[in-house]
Ligand binder design. Structure first.
Ligand code: NDP
Length: 460
């Protein structure tokens, strides 16, 4: 131990790295953490947190419109983008400071520098200083990836820049059909921007339940978002007033801003992984076992850099489990099954478990329950919108294996459904639960009629 400067060196002070550093330190480890950008990582600085603040901002426009049906007269509201961005920035600065003071409180030494592995126990800082560590944790996250080189790619922004625009664009073209694309489409549309979303596949949110995808797409269109599928952006030309965007089928779209949300790549380059002997997995992330250990005995990796389930709470759980395993004497594998997730699109989505397609592939019998309904609030507001909920049930065991929700507060709802699903609740348990009336969530415990039933044995 004497030839080590620290017990643990963490590279990257994002959600996973900070949690691991703090818990390891609380177990008595001497911990150093390096961060080359801002403390807090993607989620706090340019991800979940600022995104959710922008989502809140974007939803007021519909609230103002809806108010009329409830008797309110709202003077023509106006929106000031720079005020939103400034307020958001000060909240992010507050959170960053809170993260830093947490590290200080836990005696974690923070070094504001890039850190590169020289070998399995040595980290080199930008200053040239070398730190010897008994254990190293890589938590460097991921970075936006723009896909193939096309003409005019230099004009494209990612979500990173979207948080710092000087002004709100009148028109935006967003390429992508994943979380970030649909969330930012909703944000910009809600704030009054004319949004065109270009997606290469048949329908947005590949990997989500097909009914949910269809529902969200319809609702986005109702909110004025133009969705172009089976197309990619082929070229972008700067013109006098914005950009002339050429699509793969030769269609042209004029816009003021082009944003790509075409996925993120694990931050593995230039880290010295080869020098230390750390190997990558098939998906381009650092290969790890269930305890987040890499191919090198004393080097671990957590969060998006491992490209497992790229969500903040998962990175936090992985970081915590790492510290429990290595310093707490409690070997803790992370269970990546049944992770609830929300998409803060408009309307919001909440999801856990299997999609209908997955359920039919994996289970011998599947019962499908679903409902589409007019939310009560829409009756007086007159808004043309519907809610959607779907339960997938294992027909052999009656266990609820999937839940898919679209509508207000779907993210809040799925957190609680997540507890039930994780506990192995059956459809009978859902049915036995008294409804809370009048809510949208009561649909979850009052769906009685099967929309479909599949029995593989009977079909064969
Ligand atoms: P996603 O992987 O979710 O989506 C990427 C999208 O870009 C897909 O629609 C994909 O199409 C498309 N795409 C990929 N490559 C190309 C290409 N070369 N040309 C055209 N289209 C392309 O990534 P995001 O960037 O949206 O988000 C990254 C991750 O961050 C998410 O997967 C999620 O894990 C996390 N995240 C979570 C949030 C939340 O919890 N609410 C919010 C934001 C991000 P295809 O489907 O055909 O592959």
């Amino acid at each position: 131990m004497a030839d080590h400067d620290v017990d643990l060196f963490v590279i990257g002070a994002g959600s996973g790295g900070v949690r691991a550093a703090r818990i390891a330190s609380s177990y008595g480890a001497r911990v150093m953490i390096a961060e080359e950008f801002r403390v807090g990582g993607t989620c706090v600085i340019r991800g979940c947190v600022p995104k959710k603040l922008l989502v809140y901002a974007s939803r007021f426009s519909a609230e103002f419109e809806d108010a009329a049906g409830f008797g309110w007269t709202v003077p023509q509201p106006t929106f000031h983008w720079p005020a939103l961005i400034a307020n958001k920035d000060s909240e992010i600065a507050r959170l960053e400071a809170a993260y830093i003071s947490t590290l200080e409180r836990f005696n974690v030494k923070l070094v504001r520098t890039r850190a590169v592995l020289e070998d399995a126990h040595t980290v080199r800082l930008t200053t040239g200083a070398r730190v010897r560590a008994e254990t190293i944790l890589i938590a460097t996250g991921a970075t936006p990836y723009h896909g193939a080189q096309i003409a005019g790619l230099e004009h494209v922004i990612s979500s990173n820049e979207a948080f710092h625009l000087k002004q709100l664009p009148a028109r935006i073209l967003i390429q992508g059909g994943g979380y970030i694309a649909v969330e930012f489409a909703g944000i910009f549309a809600g704030l009054g921007t004319e949004v065109t979303l270009v997606y290469r596949g048949e329908n947005i949110l590949r990997g989500f339940d097909d009914d949910l995808r269809e529902h969200l797409r319809g609702e986005m269109v109702k909110r004025g978002i133009k969705i172009i599928t089976k197309q990619t952006v082929a070229a972008i030309e700067k013109v006098d007033h914005g950009y002339d965007v050429g699509l793969s089928d030769n269609e042209q779209v004029m816009t003021d801003l082009v944003m790509f949300a075409t996925g993120r790549k694990p931050n593995v380059h230039g880290l010295g992984l080869e020098a230390a002997g750390v190997k990558l997995g098939k998906t381009g992330g650092i290969a790890v076992d269930e305890f987040s250990k890499t191919t090198v005995e004393n080097i671990y990796a957590v969060g998006d850099v491992t490209n497992r389930v790229n969500l903040t709470p998962v990175a936090i759980r992985e970081g915590h489990a790492f510290a429990d395993t290595v310093y707490g004497g409690k070997p803790t594998p992370v269970d990546h099954a049944n992770v609830p997730t929300a998409v803060f699109s408009e309307p919001e989505l909440g999801v856990i478990g299997l999609t209908e397609t997955q359920a039919r592939e994996q289970l011998a019998k599947v019962d499908v329950y679903k409902t589409s309904f007019r939310p009560m609030k829409a009756t007086l507001s007159g808004r043309d919108t519907r809610g959607f909920m779907k339960l997938l049930v294992d027909g052999s065991t009656d266990r609820v294996v999937g839940c898919h929700i679209a509508g207000a507060d779907a993210g809040e709802l799925i957190q609680m459904v997540g507890v039930a699903v994780k506990m192995g609740a059956t459809k009978a348990d859902f049915d036995a639960t008294m409804a809370v009336h009048p809510t949208a969530a009561e649909e979850l415990v009052t769906m009685r009629e099967k929309a479909a039933s599949y029995d593989r044995a009977a079909a064969e």
